[in-house]
Design a protein around this ligand. Structure first.
Ligand SMILES: NC(=O)c1ccc[n+]([C@@H]2O[C@H](COP(=O)([O-])OP(=O)(O)OC[C@H]3O[C@@H](n4cnc5c(N)ncnc54)[C@H](OP(=O)(O)O)[C@@H]3O)[C@@H](O)[C@H]2O)c1
Length: 267
């Protein structure tokens, strides 16, 4: 593996580097950010090289990971374009919404683009990352990118047109939010805070773990857990009639709309 350079030392960079170190990734990792204190923290925690000069950071890159918020990507790429990259490098954008075509047109042709959508769960090596490659990236380079993300969890390759739908669906925030919501509802019924958390975590995690291990369909597992006319059935019926499915669908649509806005604002 080659020198990886992260532009942006925020949440996802910290999680990815922690996952890479956990996987004993021992090649050079260089990080650039406009906040020196973030660079110092990553250097202390994960033995990265901190580079406060953007041009020097890019100069080191064989894999360049763009890990700034979507609204900062355009400005960052303009700064990079001011000192064009003359070597062939692969740039991987983590930015939600911004398509490969726009990224490709922002820098010269020596830079070839991929998109990756990881989650902070990659910190534990158990994450999931979606990948999409632009045309012109060799099979060997695609393998390099795939292997990088495989070291922090599973990888799926999806057509770029499905990237926004994947982004709004797979976030670990769904799990945390569902856990917090179920716990709070249980507490409101009088269950002790700690027990409510344990019960809600088992409800969500055990169901999913059982589905992963089982050869039965989700529908069959649901039927097994729901006695007709029983308590679980009553809860689910009530959720459904209160518009649970519509609420989830509306949430995902709002996220996808936001991703499209990221793309539209990129100039
Ligand atoms: N967090 C996640 O779970 C997650 C998951 C998948 C993908 N992503 C994607 O990853 C990207 C980063 O997300 P994040 O949550 O890690 O963001 P973040 O915590 O805000 O980190 C981004 C860092 O980059 C810095 N930065 C922005 N523009 C810069 C520039 N021109 N030069 C130097 N430093 C610059 C920011 O500084 P300022 O704060 O001053 O702007 C900040 O320190 C986003 O595009 C997001 O869509 C995030």
């Amino acid at each position: 593996m080659k020198t990886i350079v992260f532009l942006g030392a925020g949440r996802i960079t910290s999680a990815l580097i922690a996952g890479l170190r956990l996987a004993n990734y021992d090649h050079p990792i260089v990080v650039h950010d406009r906040h020196p204190e973030k660079l110092r923290a990553l250097k202390r925690q994960h033995r990265v090289e901190a580079e406060s000069n953007l041009a020097r950071a890019v100069e080191r890159a064989e894999l360049l990971i763009i890990a700034v918020r979507p609204d900062c990507v355009s400005g960052l790429l303009k700064e990079i374009a001011a000192k064009p990259v003359k070597r062939k490098i692969i740039a991987i954008s983590l930015a939600a919404g911004i398509p490969l075509s726009k990224l490709q047109s922002a820098l010269n042709k020596t830079v070839r683009w991929a998109r990756a959508m990881p989650s902070p769960v990659c910190r534990s090596g158990q994450g999931l990352t979606a990948l999409a490659f632009s045309r012109g990236i060799s099979a060997a380079k695609q393998k390099e990118v795939r292997e990088l993300f495989l070291s922090v969890g599973a990888v799926v390759e999806i057509p770029e047109k499905q990237f926004d739908a994947f982004t709004v669906t797979f976030s670990s925030s769904h799990g945390y939010h569902a856990l917090a919501t179920l716990t709070a509802a249980a507490e409101a019924l009088g269950l002790d805070h700690k027990i409510a958390g344990i019960a809600a975590a088992h409800a969500l995690a055990d169901g999913i773990a059982a589905w992963r291990r089982s050869s039965s369909s989700l529908q069959e597992l649901l039927q097994e857990a729901v006695t007709p006319g029983g308590i679980a059935g009553t809860v689910i019926e009530s959720l459904e009639s209160a518009g649970y499915r519509k609420i989830i669908a509306a949430g995902l649509r709002a996220g996808a709309k936001r991703a499209r806005r990221n793309a539209a604002r990129f100039r």
